[in-house]
Design a protein around this ligand. Structure first.
Ligand code: ADP
Length: 237
C-alpha cells in the first residue's frame, strides 16, 4: 500500500503538526511556536482539526444526534481533512510557507480505531495526506490532562470524554477509559510514523524551549519565499 505519509513531500514550504490527547497542551505549544516563527519573520499559516466549512455542520449534527457509525464518523472527518488539505494546507506549502496544523491524520488513526474501524483501513483512507516535516507528539498521563482541562471549565464535552462509546455513564470515568485507549494508540502511532515525543508534563516554558530547538534545527535548509513587494503597482519578489 503506497501512502504519501511514508515519503517526504516535494514542496518548498514546511509542515509542522502537533498531536496528543485533549489537555496535553499541544495547542498552547503550537500557538507559542507560531508567534516565535512570525517574530522571526517567517510566513506562517495555521489550521486545525475538524474545521472545514464543507462538512462542519454535518459532523456537528451527526454527533449531536448520535447518528454516526464508526465508518461514517471516520469518512466525514476524512472529508473535512481532504478539504482542508486541498485548500488550506497544500497552497501555502506550495508557496513556501510554514504550515502549523493542530492535529493531523494521526488523530484519526488514534480515535477512529478505538471507535471500531480497522487500523489499515483508516491509514489507507488518509493515504493522500502529505508527510509532515515535523510531527510532535505531546505525551501526558490521563490525570494530568484531565486536571488541566477541568482547571479551565466545569465539565467535559461529550465526545472529548468518549461518551458515545458507552464505556461509563460518568463523564470523568469515561474520559479516563477513552483517553487511556487513545494514549495506547498514540504510542503505537508515534513509533510507526516517527513522531517526535515531547514530555508534556514539563512546564510550558521548558517544552517550548525544546520545541524551538528542534524546529530551528529542521529549518536550517529551509529557504523562505521572500515577501512580495510593491514596485510601480506590480508585486515582485
Ligand atoms: P490541548 O490543545 O492539548 O487540548 P491546551 O493547549 O488547550 O491543550 O491546554 C489545556 C490547558 O492546560 C490550558 O488551560 C493550558 O493553559 C494548560 N496547559 C498547557 N500546557 C501546560 C503545562 N505544560 N503545564 C500546565 N498547564 C498547561
Amino acid at each position: 500500500m503506497t501512502s504519501l505519509l511514508d515519503r517526504d513531500h516535494p514542496y518548498p514550504g514546511r509542515l509542522i503538526i502537533v498531536e496528543g490527547i485533549d489537555g496535553s497542551g499541544k495547542s498552547t505549544q503550537l500557538g507559542l511556536l507560531q508567534k516565535w516563527l512570525l517574530n522571526s519573520k517567517y510566513r506562517v499559516f495555521f489550521t486545525e482539526w475538524n474545521s472545514s466549512a464543507l462538512v462542519n455542520e454535518t459532523i456537528k449534527r451527526g454527533k449531536k444526534k448520535n447518528l454516526l457509525t464508526p465508518t461514517t464518523f471516520s469518512l466525514l472527518h476524512a472529508t473535512d481533512f481532504a478539504d482542508r488539505l486541498a485548500h488550506l494546507i497544500l497552497p501555502p506549502l506550495k508557496s513556501g510557507m510554514i504550515v502549523c496544523a493542530d492535529r493531523y491524520a494521526y488523530t484519526a488513526f488514534a480515535r477512529d480505531v478505538i471507535r471500531g474501524v480497522h487500523p489499515e483501513w483508516v491509514r489507507s483512507l488518509y493515504g493522500f495526506a502529505v508527510k509532515p516535516n515535523i510531527g510532535f507528539y505531546f505525551k501526558v498521563p490521563i490525570e494530568v490532562s484531565l486536571k488541566r482541562i477541568l482547571n479551565g471549565r466545569i465539565e467535559l464535552k461529550f465526545h472529548e470524554a468518549g461518551m458515545d462509546l458507552g464505556l461509563s455513564n460518568d463523564p470523568r470515568e469515561s474520559f479516563r477509559l477513552f483517553q487511556t485507549r487513545v494514549l495506547e494508540e498514540y504510542d503505537k502511532i508515534a513509533t510507526e510514523f516517527g513522531l517526535t515525543v515531547i514530555d508534556a508534563t514539563l512546564s510550558i516554558r521548558k517544552q517550548q524551549k525544546i520545541i524551538r530547538e528542534i524546529v530551528e534545527e529542521h529549518l536550517h535548509d529551509y529557504t523562505p519565499t521572500p515577501y512580495l513587494q510593491k514596485k510601480e503597482n506590480v508585486y515582485v519578489a
